[in-house]
Design a protein around this ligand. Structure first.
Ligand code: ADP
Ligand code: MG
Length: 359
């Protein structure tokens, strides 16, 4: 079992920056785990601290139940792929892939066999004699992955491995990476600042901000139920609507009307109302029940859907509609949402308000 356990971990640079600031995390054996957050939030530092390339200032790192906090990088059983791949330009693909084995004095015949097999797994057949400079970006990325896999670590650490690829190739590499991880079953920590990538790949996601954990959950959980407005803002291809509201007897009053709310929240409480454009429904005819009235401003084409911006009493609310159902600008419309999809955040702290079931 090669899980990773992180307890009270802090990494402070000599200049005083607390890049990782008191983290507790458990990555399960075989899990595909994403570290997600904006640039500078401490993702690379956390990954390097797990690998032993940075020293933990506080706390512990355990890999496979062994405390490795003070263990040198080469003895932790981790393989890391760096953001810039860090391939050796003067070595062939085969030599690059098997370099970690050479360092460990593995016999040449075994190394050649490993290079062949790993290259096969990563669709690099026929490229073993080339130099990195003679490869495309996607191929270089796969050589870096092949080198990490060939080193047979217990844990694979990937620092934004897809970020140097162009958009199209990135999607292909993403699918490839997910399948490879499934096939190998190797515990993987994947760093990205791209929320779509994390949602697509990970079993679970840790969302970080300023060296701290802001939410830990499955892609579905962090998408449908962000626990604070930071995560609500960060996750989702179309931004979540966040608007001030006041809890009323009928639900929560917000720009242009009232939305239903599940459970019980004290009447009169000032909140930030969060509802995703994908969970709102737009109607143009007569409407009854709780909802928001507004006027269509613009529609943006997203492919099979369009994002319609609706002016509700001066606040713009986004709602997605199926393609070819975009109402004309200026049209009066009505927006509704199921109560379970309407989230209430504390207006001050931005934390999700726990909803108690009505007795
Ligand atoms: P991310 O990978 O999420 O973009 P990093 O881990 O690279 O974030 O950086 C986290 C914070 O630590 C940032 O404020 C960054 O400026 C700082 N930092 C990173 N590396 C060093 C270093 N070697 N010395 C001092 N500060 C650093
Ligand atoms: Mg980084």
């Amino acid at each position: 079992m090669a899980g990773i356990d992180i307890e009270g971990l802090a990494t402070v640079y000599p200049n005083g920056v607390r890049a990782v600031d008191g983290l507790d995390l458990h990555v399960a054996d075989g899990e595909f785990f994403a570290l997600l957050g904006p640039s500078g939030c401490g993702k690379t530092t956390l990954l390097r601290t797990i690998a032993g390339l940075e020293n933990a200032s506080e706390g512990t790192v355990r890999i496979d139940a062994a405390d490795v906090t003070r263990t040198e990088p080469g003895k932790r059983g981790v393989a890391m792929v760096f953001q810039d791949y860090a391939l050796f330009p003067h070595m062939s693909v085969a030599e690059n892939i098997t370099y970690p084995l050479k360092v460990r004095r593995v016999a040449a015949a075994t190394r050649a066999e490993t290079a062949e097999r790993t290259a096969g797994e990563l669709s690099l057949d026929g490229l073993l004699e080339r130099r990195p400079g003679q490869l495309s970006g996607g191929q270089q990325q796969r050589v870096a992955l092949a080198r990490a896999i060939a080193s047979q670590g217990k844990v694979l650490l990937l620092d934004e491995p897809l970020s140097n690829l162009d958009a199209r190739l990135r999607l292909e590499a993403r699918t490839f990476l997910k399948k490879l991880q499934r096939d190998l079953g190797i515990t993987t920590v994947f760093v990205t600042h791209d929320q779509a990538e994390a949602l697509a790949l990970a079993d679970r996601i840790a969302v970080m901000e300023s060296g701290k954990l802001r939410q830990l959950g499955t892609p579905r959980e962090v998408f449908a139920r962000p626990v604070n407005t930071f995560v609500a803002n960060f996750i989702g291809s179309t931004p979540m609507n966040l608007a001030p509201g006041v809890v009323s007897a009928a639900g929560v009053s917000v720009a242009g009307g009232t939305l239903p709310v599940e459970g019980f929240t004290p009447e009169g409480a000032e909140v930030t109302v969060g509802v995703r454009p994908e969970y709102l429904t737009l109607t143009t005819g007569d409407a009854t029940g709780p909802g928001l009235r507004g006027t269509v401003v613009v529609a943006e084409n997203l492919g099979v859907q369009s994002l319609v911006s609706v002016d509700c009493d001066g606040t713009l609310i986004g709602v997605t509609v199926p393609e070819e159902e975009e109402p004309e600008p200026g049209k009066p419309v009505f927006l509704t949402a199921p109560a379970a999809r309407v989230l209430l955040y504390d207006a001050e702290s931005g934390e999700l308000l726990a909803r108690q079931a009505v007795a």
